[in-house]
Ligand binder design. Sequence first.
Ligand code: UDP
Ligand code: MG
Length: 320
Amino acid sequence: MNKLGIVVPCYNEEEVLGMTSEALRAVLDDLISKGKIASDSFIMFVNDGSKDRTWELIEEQHRLYKDKCIGIKLARNVGHQYALTAGLLTAKDMCDVTISIDADLQDDVATIEDMIDKYYEGCQIVYGVRKERKTDSFFKRTTAQGFYKLMAAMGVKTVYNHADYRLMSKRALEEFAKYSEYNLFLRGMVPLIGFKTDCVYYDRKERAAGESKYPLKKMLALAFDGISSFSTKPITMILSIGFFIIFLSIIAAVYALVSYGMGRVVPGWTSLILSLWFLGGLQLLAIGLVGQYIGKIYSEVKRRPRYAIEKILEQGDDVK
Ligand code: UDP
Ligand code: MG
């Protein structure tokens, strides 16, 4: 029987923590009674430097349900992606499979069972994908969907309408742990790992209590992190614009020289207009070119693993 660890990042979640713990404990009990997970499976709350009573409540849950509820206290607020990573990498050594879920019960906890079923079918990663976003405000919905589309346009591979509700096996986490980059954008990193993956679909609900801990500023920062950590497309765009302007400057040169030949110009105009176009294009081209090298250095310093081996067939192995 495989041991499950549910990882829950919590930042100022005193209003929902009790409810969340109850809902997740009910799911664990149900899955244990169905014989799908080990009886020592647990919920791990990660306190991300909350300023309210979140940590006291986590301590209380641990007091009441010692085996089921455990907690990690981060020394300060580091943000959702980092808190989640801290939880996942700690849980990796304590169980066989993890599921990460937000503290606010927006993600349907009933889907956990579907994720576990997929895991037993051999999936190392299972993404929770929202069917629709009826409960999100118009603003949240359009900005979030615009974000997924922008990411796709920038060449960052993410799973559409999937946030950080996902199952990851110990094996997938061991590969993930090799990604030593500082800037974390889990939705971009996890698909890089590989292995057999699948999606489960659910309806996203409203926050059970409290308010969103992701104001516009944090969302924009996440979007920028996502693009800048995964794509050098913006630099390539500058390079292309540079080429395009040089091309335009050739047309401008022909035009200016013809005008000059016809004597229709103010003295000095031809040389001025030619250098203006040409130098502008040249500068953009040069910046773009330098940028290409910086892009390369960037991907080198991240030291991402280049591959993950899934299986090796050795000499003398019987293949079934
Ligand atoms: N969160 C966190 N650290 C932060 C901000 C948020 O750990 O600095 C957690 C938060 O407690 C929640 C999850 O990240 O469990 C997602 O946040 P939220 O539900 O507020 O985001 P939304 O669903 O509104 O996008
Ligand atoms: Mg939420």
